[in-house]
Design a protein around this ligand. Structure first.
Ligand SMILES: Nc1ncnc2c1ncn2[C@@H]1O[C@H](COP(=O)(O)OP(=O)(O)OP(=O)(O)O)[C@@H](O)[C@H]1O
Ligand SMILES: [Mg+2]
Length: 168
């Protein structure tokens, strides 16, 4: 936003008190934000800038191997353009043990999992996260995890197409 831009649009915003608290908390860490609305304005610009820099998301999910088929079905139904799947071994906070007792010694044990990587437009990310969670979840420990990161560029090698076009 340039300095000489005319501020002639009044925008009404109804929000919860927890939204207000979150904004204020962020504002306290900033140098020069005289008001809440100034803080909200800055946050909106930061969000728009982030969207421009990372218009896509890389979604990495670790799931139980026997749930992989269901996850793949769900993602294909959503219309993702591709999936990378790898057999991996890992552990979460139980260190791979389904149960252990206080005071007992236990060893870390890696458990076989499937790692999925799906690149999608940012507008599709929430639907993908929901679909994976639903298809991979049993409610028991070890169901897995989903990691989401901003993705800035995609290139289809054959055609040289980029970004959204390369994801079509
Ligand atoms: N912080 C992490 N960083 C990288 N990989 C992780 C992390 N947490 C979990 N994983 C991967 O996800 C797999 C499944 O993790 P898991 O579902 O056991 O997570 P958790 O945090 O222990 O949750 P839960 O309590 O539901 O078991 C692990 O085997 C590991 O491959
Ligand atoms: Mg675990």
């Amino acid at each position: 936003m340039s300095d000489d831009e005319k501020l002639d649009q009044r925008i009404q915003l109804v929000a919860s008190s927890s939204f207000g608290r979150d904004v204020d908390e962020w504002r306290r860490g900033q140098q020069d934000l005289p008001s809440r609305s100034e803080a909200i304005r800055r946050l909106v610009y930061l969000g728009l800038q982030h969207e421009q820099e990372h218009p896509m998301r890389m979604i990495t999910a670790i799931v139980r191997p026997h749930r992989y088929e269901a996850v793949r079905e769900a993602l294909m139904k959503l219309g993702v353009s591709g999936i990378t799947a790898t057999q991996v071994q890992g552990f979460g906070r139980q260190r791979g043990q389904t149960e252990f007792y206080r005071g007992n010694e236990y060893q870390v044990a890696e458990v076989p999992k499937i790692k999925l990587e799906v690149a999608v437009s940012s507008g599709m990310a929430e639907a993908v996260i929901e679909a994976i969670s639903k298809a991979a979840g049993s409610g028991k420990i070890g169901d897995g995890k989903i990691f989401v990161s901003g993705l800035s560029e995609v290139v289809r090698i054959r055609t040289g197409e980029r970004d959204e076009k390369a994801l079509d």
